[in-house]
Design a binder for this molecule. Structure first.
Ligand SMILES: Nc1ncnc2c1ncn2[C@@H]1O[C@H](COP(=O)(O)OP(=O)(O)OP(=O)(O)O)[C@@H](O)[C@H]1O
Length: 133
């Protein structure tokens, strides 16, 4: 999929005022999540999984502590996947040609996602299985 056009220097200039800058930062972050969602199939799967987990949570009547654990696990997977996407993009920018370090950077970033996903799986099993047996 073609990447969107680069922002113009005018768009990159931070707006005047502390609050406007804060709001603009949220806008940049939201744009980042949206852009990653559009380009990464894995993130769209996470989005579906997140909706399923939230539905299961309401169905099982999770306690506040269980919700906190599930929210943390889900957020960790999203954060790891977004960092992985950012590292992939930077790696492709810095080293479009094959380089062992570029491969290492991508493999390590993918490893972070794997660990976060395994942790979420353990949390999910510990929280949800007792509600279903
Ligand atoms: N420039 C490169 N130099 C060396 N190895 C690379 C390079 N680009 C990719 N690789 C290797 O190929 C693997 C797959 O890279 P790729 O960019 O296709 O990511 P991916 O695992 O398909 O992630 P996604 O599906 O999220 O795009 C990397 O983990 C790395 O081992």
């Amino acid at each position: 999929m073609a990447e969107p056009a680069l922002p113009t220097p005018e768009r990159l200039r931070p707006p005047e005022g502390l609050w406007r800058r804060r709001v603009a930062s949220f806008g940049h972050a939201g744009r980042g999540v949206w852009s990653a969602l559009r380009s990464e199939v894995h993130l769209r799967l996470h989005a579906v999984a997140t909706v399923v987990v939230i539905g299961l949570g309401f169905y099982s009547g999770l306690s506040r502590l269980e919700w906190a654990l599930v929210a943390l696990a889900v957020a960790c997977v999203w954060a790891a996947e977004l960092m992985n996407t950012a590292i992939e993009a930077l790696t492709d920018l810095a080293s479009p040609a094959y380089h062992p370090l570029a491969g290492k950077a991508k493999d390590v970033a993918a490893g972070a996602v794997l660990l976060a996903a395994l942790g979420a799986l353990v949390v999910g099993a510990l929280v949800f299985v007792p509600h279903f047996i």
